[in-house]
Write a protein that binds this ligand. Structure first.
Ligand SMILES: [Zn+2]
Length: 245
């Protein structure tokens, strides 16, 4: 399948509408030059003023990196975006086409398409942007080495491009420090710090970012990106044996 350049990541489109809305509102709402100021008591109220101050503050950009569309923590993403008013993006390395489909007959690549749409709808709800890489979800992988072999260099290059395009101040490594289980998860945890490092390296040129218009300027070289791991270490749950078993 021929991959259209630049299609491996995409913004949730509603953000452009929201941005447009906020750009246009002041044009229509503000009085024309020379017009009298609004009469006392008819200007913006305290809630509007507080909101304007909030919006004027420098936003924190957070990039949350996972392996599969269903890896993301909805609660965390929603809290970051809606609770902390951070500019949040989710980077799912795969589109999840290798997973099980319990609800219908679709298999890859249709399943990947469905998963992408589901994630797009979900991230709209969380208020976050969405990116993908060209990583194949080829089903369960036993080791990160196997995964990285299949994924090749282009996945790391796509990650670097997303970091340089979104320019996060914080990167959350959704699978950082995970050394057991699915190879895709482990590989994602290992590739994320590499991508952060390479994004800041001006000598690194991501192959695939060909056209001059695309963002290739290094990011994180002047002010290092804060890299955070999500602690996924699960405490063993003491399972009580049910009577009769
Ligand atoms: Zn997963």
């Amino acid at each position: 399948m021929k991959m259209h350049r630049g299609k491996h990541f995409q913004y949730a489109p509603q953000f452009s509408f929201v941005a447009l809305f906020f750009l246009l509102v002041p044009i229509f709402a503000s009085p024309a030059k020379g017009q009298f100021p609004p009469a006392p008591g008819t200007g913006p109220g305290l809630p509007e003023t507080v909101e304007a101050i909030e919006n004027a503050r420098v936003t924190t950009r957070i990039l949350y990196i996972t392996a599969h569309p269903d890896d993301e923590s909805a609660a965390v993403l929603t809290y970051l975006a809606r609770g902390l008013h951070a500019d949040v993006a989710l980077l799912s390395l795969t589109r999840g086409e290798g997973g099980q489909n319990d609800l219908g007959p679709e298999q890859a690549p249709q399943l990947g398409l469905i998963r992408s749409q589901e994630l797009l709808a979900a991230t709209r709800g969380y208020g976050v942007k969405l990116f993908f890489t060209r990583a194949k979800d080829f089903g369960y992988s036993k080791t990160p080495e196997e995964t990285e072999k299949v994924w090749g260099d282009e996945v790391l290059q796509d990650m670097v491009e997303v970091i340089r395009a979104f320019r996060p101040t914080i990167v959350i490594n959704g699978w950082g420090g995970v050394h057991t289980g699915h190879g895709h998860h482990q590989a994602t945890g290992l590739l994320t710090p590499k991508a952060v490092q390479l994004a800041a390296d001006s000598s690194f040129r991501a192959r695939g970012s060909s056209s001059a218009q695309e963002v290739t300027a290094p990011w994180g070289n002047r002010r290092p990106i804060v890299l955070l791991d999500i602690d996924r270490s699960e405490k063993p749950i003491a399972r009580k044996a049910s009577p009769g078993f």
